[in-house]
Design a binder for this molecule. Structure first.
Ligand code: IVH
Length: 674
């Protein structure tokens, strides 16, 4: 049917009117028309869309719940990783944060901060292309999230298209923010759920998460989900200029119609940040939603870039958490856990209690000296503290409630799993079982680590199954996973044809991985994800890593002498080398480390000398490797560039003698950022 231009323009006008009122209502909390007037516009639009289906656009305000339930969630790579935040629990932690920043930004005298409440919700990533909502994902592991576009479209305050604004909509932008549920709405949801004998949520955060992790968008649509935008990932502004500060990000977002927390403020120094924290702490009880602290971010993006990040948290931001919450409960038992690398930790299991909205049922205690210090016993009534996402801690025993027949907890002499004699090094407070993977508990834990999400990511291999496989001697090291047969699994309790096939497929799929995941999966002491990534960037190939010398290891970003020792010892053991070789023979394929090739530094031999103001030397080395450079330690006629920082020493002289091009810090950082 040919559509009249007039009808089309009315439809578009109705979009604008409805979006505007929806923005006033949901984002500004300031409706300017009656609900009935709003409904009349909405119905008019619905009628036109029914009559002229070609005018029913996907970004129409009537299309928030359109799709059928999905079959499953698609995994999506974030264009820029979604980082987490380091925590500060007191003013001293904030002072240290400020000091670290000022030390790294030597040339800056003024550092401003964006201060924002830290909402206790669910982080989401919204991709808008040319101002239209294109895709929405969960944070996931920070690198890969799940597609929840169908649910996010139901959140009334998230625009399907930007409002008209003087600030041009970028070709693409990743808008990050928090989806949450107001405390009052959360109570209502639970009341209703109780009435219908449905699942009760422990806190508003879980209710928000539960609403977003639904395949059927009608569930999310029925929940009063709200949203505040608080950050930006990738941006492609085409010819326009992208925001230069967090403040400008907020201004752009607000102009496009995204809800921004009205309590966000700017601070000119640390003292103003501290006052902001006190102010928000005072307001906390009155706020309609739950917050667990405040976030401080260096305002300037240029400064943010030069500060960089450590592992998964930026150096330019910190979360000042509210003090821990405390509760009291009874200890049911105290047992002993054997860690992946043999550390023996006591674990107290207690009667579950709800502390600040989270149900906790156990706490690990650092070591047996701590048990002694607290004198905690089975049957005791204890005070438990929970600070944010930190593992709960026992702070004190209520001696007045202690039973007369209680017994002190004995420090074990032997490993509860393999019976080996436990040792305690002078330098360490913890007891250790040194049986390595001859100890079933360590074997199980190391395999659990190997299959975990950020390592080889093998789905369907939970603790119980691994324990069973180890007990039945079907696996004794990582490589045995790859020779498991369907009939082995079918013999185990809980496995059927389908689940066995599924597990074998996910084991097979895990064979294709990256060098950094693989190194992390090996479970070498002191080698976390960040270290594994650094190792992979520096060695680039597993064969080179296997031959690493202690000196080479110490030179790597963030690897100190202790970690270098552990890695070197690990690699010196023939059994470990053999296991790695066996895994490679069984078909583990390590993707090549991603190196850029369209850079000034690609395929060039670069030498670094001196010290740098805005980047750590080791980080500079990594960035250069990523850009395709070969970083060498001696200047020769084959050197292409010498990067000279302050106090450069003899290398500079040699480079000048040989006529080698010398680059300075600012130039190099600019080139690396291109
Ligand atoms: S910024 C690198 N700002 O806190 C910056 N996060 O603990 C990372 N959160 O995953 C996030 N309010 O879900 C930022 N105003 C705020 C926030 C905020 C809540 C959450 C967010 C993040 C988590 C990190």
């Amino acid at each position: 049917m040919k559509v009249d231009a007039e009808v089309k323009s009315r439809v578009l006008e109705l979009h604008k009117i409805i979006n505007e009122h929806s923005y006033n209502y949901h984002s500004l909390d300031n409706p300017t028309i009656e609900d009935s007037e709003y409904d009349a516009f909405f119905n008019e639009l619905l009628e036109l869309e029914t009559k002229y289906p070609s005018l029913s656009y996907s970004y129409s305000p009537t299309q928030r719940v359109g799709s059928e339930p999905l079959e499953g969630f698609n995994k999506v790579d974030h264009l820029t990783p979604m980082l987490s935040l380091e925590n500060a629990f007191n003013t001293k932690d904030l002072e240290d944060f400020n000091k670290r920043i000022l030390e790294r930004l030597i040339s800056q005298t003024e550092v401003n901060f964006s201060c924002e409440p830290k909402l206790d919700g669910i982080a989401v990533n919204l991709i808008y292309k040319k101002g239209y909502l294109h895709q929405a994902t969960t944070r996931g592991d920070g690198k890969i999230g799940e597609d929840i576009t169908h649910n996010i479209r139901t959140v009334s305050s998230i625009p399907l298209s930007f409002r008209e604004s003087k600030i041009k909509a970028p070709s693409l932008i990743e808008i990050r923010g928090e989806v949450f549920i107001d405390t009052k709405d959360f109570k209502e949801i639970n009341n209703k759920a109780k009435f219908n004998s449905e699942k009760i949520f422990a806190n508003p955060r879980n209710a928000a998460a539960g609403s977003l992790r639904q395949l059927d968008p009608r569930v999310a649509a029925s929940r009063p989900l709200k949203f505040f935008a608080h950050g930006m990932g990738s941006i492609d502004f085409g010819k326009g200029t992208s925001p230069k500060t967090q403040k400008e990000v907020f201004e752009s977002y607000a102009s496009w119609g995204l809800p921004i927390n009205p309590l966000a403020e700017q601070a000119n120094d640390l003292n103003e940040c501290i006052s902001y924290f006190r102010k928000i702490e005072g307001l906390r009880e009155q706020l309609p939603y739950e917050i667990d602290g405040v976030v401080f971010k260096v305002n300037s993006f240029k400064m943010q870039e030069s500060l960089g990040q450590v592992s998964r948290a930026p150096r330019w931001a910190i979360a000042r958490k509210f003090p821990a919450e405390v509760g009291s409960t009874k200890v049911k038992s105290i047992s002993v856990q054997v860690g992946r690398v043999g550390s023996i930790t006591p674990v107290a299991e207690f009667e579950p209690l709800n502390i600040g909205g989270v149900v906790v049922s156990h706490a690990s205690i650092h070591n047996f000296d701590e048990i002694e210090r607290l004198d905690v016993r089975e049957g005791d009534t204890v005070q438990i503290k929970r600070a944010g996402d930190v593992i709960p801690q026992i702070i004190k025993v209520d001696l007045s409630k202690r039973k007369k027949d209680s017994h002190k907890v004995e420090t074990p002499n032997t490993c509860p799993s393999c019976n080996s004699k436990l040792v305690k090094l002078e330098s360490e407070a913890i007891l250790r079982c040194n049986a390595g993977t001859n100890c079933p508990a360590q074997k199980t834990e190391s395999i659990r680590h190997y299959v975990s999400r950020n390592a080889l990511n093998i789905d369907g291999l939970g603790e119980r199954i691994i324990e069973l496989l180890v007990k039945k001697e079907l696996i004794s090291d990582f490589s045995d996973l790859y020779t498991l047969k369907k009939k082995d699994l079918l013999g185990l309790e809980g496995f059927a044809e389908k689940s066995a096939s599924k597990l074998l497929t996910s084991i097979e799929n895990s064979k294709e991985t990256t060098l950094s995941r693989f190194i992390y999966a090996l479970g070498i002491r002191e080698v976390g994800e960040a270290t594994a990534l650094n190792l992979s960037l520096n060695f680039q190939h597993i064969d080179k890593f296997l031959l690493a010398s202690k000196e080479e290891l110490i030179e790597i970003n963030d690897i100190g002498p202790i970690a270098a020792d552990h890695i070197f010892n690990y690699l010196s053991k023939k059994g470990n080398q053999n296991q790695i070789k066996k895994l490679l023979k069984l078909g583990i394929q390590l993707q090549e480390v991603k190196i850029q090739s369209d850079n000034l530094f690609s395929s060039k031999v670069v030498v670094i000398t001196g010290s740098f103001n805005n980047i750590a030397r080791s980080q500079l080395k990594e960035e250069l490797i990523r850009s395709g450079a070969r970083v060498s330690s001696t200047v020769s006629s084959r050197t292409d560039y010498l990067i000279a920082g302050e106090k450069p020493g003899s290398k500079l002289k040699k480079a000048l003698d040989l006529g080698i091009e010398v680059l300075e810090e600012d130039n190099v950082l600019r080139i690396l950022k291109q």
